[in-house]
Design a protein around this ligand. Structure first.
Ligand code: SF4
Ligand code: SF4
Length: 79
Protein backbone atom coordinates (compact mmCIF):
# COMPACT_ATOMS: atom_id res chain seq x y z
CA UNK A 1 0.00 0.00 0.00
CA UNK A 2 1.24 3.47 -0.84
CA UNK A 3 2.37 5.47 2.14
CA UNK A 4 1.58 9.12 2.69
CA UNK A 5 4.88 10.66 3.62
CA UNK A 6 4.79 13.84 5.59
CA UNK A 7 6.84 16.36 3.68
CA UNK A 8 8.54 19.55 4.73
CA UNK A 9 6.14 22.39 5.33
CA UNK A 10 3.42 20.12 6.54
CA UNK A 11 2.26 20.08 10.13
CA UNK A 12 1.80 16.55 11.31
CA UNK A 13 -0.76 16.19 14.06
CA UNK A 14 -0.55 12.42 13.83
CA UNK A 15 -4.15 11.80 12.95
CA UNK A 16 -4.23 14.78 10.65
CA UNK A 17 -1.74 16.62 8.45
CA UNK A 18 -2.10 20.27 7.47
CA UNK A 19 -0.25 22.16 4.76
CA UNK A 20 -0.61 25.81 5.79
CA UNK A 21 1.01 27.11 2.60
CA UNK A 22 -1.81 25.59 0.55
CA UNK A 23 -4.61 26.70 2.86
CA UNK A 24 -6.52 29.77 1.76
CA UNK A 25 -8.59 29.95 4.91
CA UNK A 26 -11.93 29.34 3.24
CA UNK A 27 -13.23 27.55 6.34
CA UNK A 28 -14.94 24.75 4.44
CA UNK A 29 -13.17 22.06 6.44
CA UNK A 30 -14.05 23.81 9.69
CA UNK A 31 -17.70 23.93 8.68
CA UNK A 32 -17.82 20.29 7.57
CA UNK A 33 -15.93 18.75 10.48
CA UNK A 34 -18.67 16.94 12.39
CA UNK A 35 -16.84 17.05 15.71
CA UNK A 36 -15.48 20.63 15.55
CA UNK A 37 -11.87 19.51 15.69
CA UNK A 38 -10.76 22.35 13.41
CA UNK A 39 -10.71 26.13 13.62
CA UNK A 40 -9.45 29.12 11.64
CA UNK A 41 -6.62 31.24 12.97
CA UNK A 42 -5.10 34.13 11.00
CA UNK A 43 -6.85 32.85 7.86
CA UNK A 44 -5.33 29.40 8.13
CA UNK A 45 -6.83 26.18 9.36
CA UNK A 46 -5.55 24.95 12.71
CA UNK A 47 -6.40 22.00 14.87
CA UNK A 48 -8.67 23.05 17.71
CA UNK A 49 -8.74 19.67 19.40
CA UNK A 50 -6.97 16.72 17.83
CA UNK A 51 -8.50 14.36 20.38
CA UNK A 52 -11.91 15.00 18.86
CA UNK A 53 -10.82 14.01 15.36
CA UNK A 54 -12.32 10.69 14.29
CA UNK A 55 -10.39 10.62 10.99
CA UNK A 56 -13.68 10.63 9.12
CA UNK A 57 -11.94 12.23 6.14
CA UNK A 58 -14.55 14.92 5.56
CA UNK A 59 -12.03 17.76 5.72
CA UNK A 60 -9.76 16.03 3.22
CA UNK A 61 -12.71 15.35 0.94
CA UNK A 62 -14.07 18.89 1.05
CA UNK A 63 -10.90 20.98 0.99
CA UNK A 64 -10.62 22.42 -2.53
CA UNK A 65 -6.89 23.02 -2.12
CA UNK A 66 -5.61 19.68 -0.83
CA UNK A 67 -4.32 21.49 2.24
CA UNK A 68 -5.46 18.96 4.80
CA UNK A 69 -5.46 15.20 4.91
CA UNK A 70 -5.96 12.36 7.29
CA UNK A 71 -2.70 11.00 8.65
CA UNK A 72 -1.72 7.51 9.55
CA UNK A 73 -4.33 5.43 11.22
CA UNK A 74 -3.46 3.37 14.25
CA UNK A 75 -3.28 0.13 12.31
CA UNK A 76 -0.87 1.53 9.72
CA UNK A 77 2.80 0.83 10.24
CA UNK A 78 5.33 3.61 10.44
CA UNK A 79 7.82 4.02 7.61
S1 SF4 B 1 -10.95 13.91 9.66
FE1 SF4 B 1 -13.11 14.35 10.19
S2 SF4 B 1 -13.12 14.60 12.40
FE2 SF4 B 1 -10.98 14.81 11.75
S3 SF4 B 1 -10.68 17.02 11.46
FE3 SF4 B 1 -11.26 16.12 9.46
S4 SF4 B 1 -13.49 16.38 9.33
FE4 SF4 B 1 -12.89 16.64 11.50
S1 SF4 C 1 -10.93 23.67 3.36
FE1 SF4 C 1 -8.76 23.63 2.84
S2 SF4 C 1 -8.27 25.70 2.14
FE2 SF4 C 1 -10.23 25.80 3.24
S3 SF4 C 1 -9.67 26.32 5.36
FE3 SF4 C 1 -9.77 24.10 5.23
S4 SF4 C 1 -7.66 23.43 4.78
FE4 SF4 C 1 -7.81 25.63 4.34
Amino acid sequence: MEKKDVKAGEIDHGKLVIKPAWCKGCGICVAFCPVKALALENDKVVVADIDKCTQCGMCELRCPDFAIYVGRRKNEKKA
